[in-house]
Ligand binder design. Sequence first.
Ligand code: E4P
Length: 218
Amino acid sequence: MKFFVDTADVAAIAELDALGMVDGVTTNPSLIMKSGRDIHEVTREICALVAGPVSAEVVATEADAMIREGRRLAEIADNIAVKVPMTWDGLKACRALRNDGCMVNVTLCFSTNQALLAAKAGASFISPFIGRLDDINLDGLQLIGDIRIIYDNYGFETEVLAASIRSANHIAECAKLGADVATAPPDVIRKLVQHPLTDRGMDAFLADWAKTGQRIVA
Ligand code: E4P
């Protein structure tokens, strides 16, 4: 499973990228707002840092304007994936931008039927939002599994990009369900390393080592 980092924080991306943890990046208007940076400037910086797809989202709501914005965003770098919303206009923009040769990520997906439409419109990625479904007492992980089944049934090449990930458990479950990609905030990716038995084991080893009085490097 590929890991995308869901942030526009360049320092956080660089830190994870240095460990080989970054296969791509996703941003959205809220994350750009949080970064306090200019969208063109920060997106260019991220694209220069990361070799994989970097999603940058349009904010227009009408297809022609989305296509104009998408083309402008795609000029930033070759690894831009234009993010369009899961609406009819978004699907029109998806098809047009794919015909241009751009990668397209269809975002704000909350149902299998929406995912089916995005695949038929030629989306490179579909972004089902797990956490926001869980927030309203629906099952976000179930949606990931259902989309996986449907795409496999028909051989759709659209990649399932599990989004709105809130916990380390979400990532493990998405991997079991066969999501192609998980995009998660940097702090969730860092949490994947944590296990209380690892901490306890480290404490015991270090305590015993101290009793030996030895040093590995003099
Ligand atoms: C995905 O591309 C979105 O940017 C993101 O995962 C949304 O997550 P949220 O629901 O935590 O805002």
